[in-house]
Design a protein around this ligand. Structure first.
Ligand SMILES: N[C@@H](CCC(=O)N[C@@H](CS)C(=O)NCC(=O)O)C(=O)O
Length: 216
């Protein structure tokens, strides 16, 4: 099989897909869509994702799959080893809850189209916009911290990484890229740093991608 992944070095949703593909040992070729330059709005890319956002994954010339969680679930169904969801239904729901706290509640409020709207339409200055971004980043982290504080194992759930760890890592790395202080969330940070010690996570890091600045 061959995978074409449309992404961007700084995209946290693409970061999720890179981690999952690395964990599952799937090779992919990444095509950069420069979100800062607005390439997501070009007609050519909109024909891949009409939502004008990355990631989009194309396998063997099939129709693109967009939405990082849909991609992760697809990969899990078709390439089940190693498993990124536990076997038991309640545990699966728990892992999905943690993942969606990031992907459905936290991250959508800080993506470029929202940031651009705050700047271009609502005329917020940079410091005020950062207050917005930090507020919503911390709101998701606060909820995750409550769930993860009682966890004594190495990951969000069980002894191996799951979708929850993938989403948590991307959210904390995103907060760090904005230089937010995440020390109020020690359980999250403990798990994230453990995950980032794994090659599959480390290799997928935004700052390791082509186009990323050398120093951040
Ligand atoms: N819910 C989508 C979010 C996709 C998304 O918004 N991606 C961002 C980068 S992380 C993007 O391409 N944004 C373009 C824009 O906001 O203009 C997912 O999980 O894939």
């Amino acid at each position: 099989m061959s995978f074409e992944l449309y992404g961007f070095w700084r995209s946290l949703a693409t970061f999720r897909v890179r981690i999952a593909m690395n964990l599952k040992g799937l090779d992919y070729r990444e095509h950069s869509i420069d979100l800062m330059a607005g390439e997501q709005h070009a007609a050519k890319f909109r024909s891949i994702n009409p939502m004008a956002a990355v990631p989009a994954l194309i396998e063997d010339g099939h129709l693109p799959i967009t939405q990082s969680l849909a991609i992760l679930e697809y990969l899990e169904e078709v390439y089940p080893t190693p498993a990124l969801l536990p076997a038991e239904p309640r545990a699966r729901a728990h892992v999905r809850e943690l993942a969606l706290t990031v992907a459905a509640d936290g991250h959508p409020l800080v993506v470029p189209r929202v940031r651009n709207y705050l700047t271009d339409v609502l005329k917020l200055d940079e410091p005020t916009k950062l207050i917005w971004i930090e507020h919503w980043s911390r709101a998701a982290l606060g909820a995750l911290e409550v769930r993860l504080a009682p966890v004594s194992g190495p990951y969000c759930f069980g002894q191996t990484p799951t979708l929850a760890d993938i989403c948590l890592v991307t959210h904390v790395v995103g907060a760090r890229l904005f230089k937010f202080d995440v020390s109020d969330f020690p359980a999250c940070v403990r798990i994230v740093d453990r995950c980032l010690a794994l090659e599959a996570f480390a290799r997928a890091h935004p700052l390791k991608q082509p186009g990323a600045p050398a120093a951040h």
